[in-house]
Write a protein that binds this ligand. Structure first.
Ligand code: HEC
Length: 129
């Protein structure tokens, strides 16, 4: 259950009948349709006061130094959703990194990049701050 998003019941009577051509005739409708089950995943997540905004270029990861490195290192196997939903202690991020390498076969980047990514995760996806 990693990608379970909120399930919203369609209660709006005007949308009860699905017109497959509507998206093609309505200007801009193609971009985001309420019928698209992935919409919730693409939407920006609410950010806390002062937290960096999600960067859509890097899978919605918080826009801070290291976001790019983290994106390219970590999305080889799974989406950023799995990262964004995690709030781990600093120690747990270190352990998770090791687990990703030892058990999942993640190829480690050069040591500097590793530091950049772990600092990024600890700064932006930590349960400690
Ligand atoms: C070599 C493939 C691979 C790479 C690269 C990779 N992961 Fe993973 N990751 C996995 C697999 C496989 C899982 C387990 C998915 C599942 O639970 O079904 C996982 C799960 C996770 C989880 C969820 C752990 C949990 O307790 O549920 C997080 C968080 C995570 N990865 C973060 C990262 C981060 C951060 C990076 C980059 C530093 C990364 N992953 C890179 C393969 C990878």
């Amino acid at each position: 259950m990693l990608f379970a998003g909120p399930v919203t019941a369609q209660t709006d009577a005007t949308q009860a009948v699905f017109d497959p051509m509507k998206a093609l005739t309505e200007k801009g409708a193609v971009v985001s349709s309420g019928k698209d089950p992935m919409t919730a995943l693409r939407m920006a997540e609410p950010t806390e006061e002062g937290a960096p905004a999600p960067n859509p270029e890097f899978g919605g990861l918080p826009d801070a130094p290291g976001a790019e490195e983290t994106f390219y290192q970590c999305t080889a196997c799974h989406s950023t959703e799995i990262i964004k939903q995690q709030r781990l202690t600093d120690g747990r991020w270190d352990e998770l990194w090791k687990w990703m390498v030892d058990k999942q076969g993640m190829v480690e980047p050069d040591p500097e990049t590793k530091v950049v990514i772990l600092n990024y995760l600890k700064a932006n996806q930590s349960s400690e701050r």
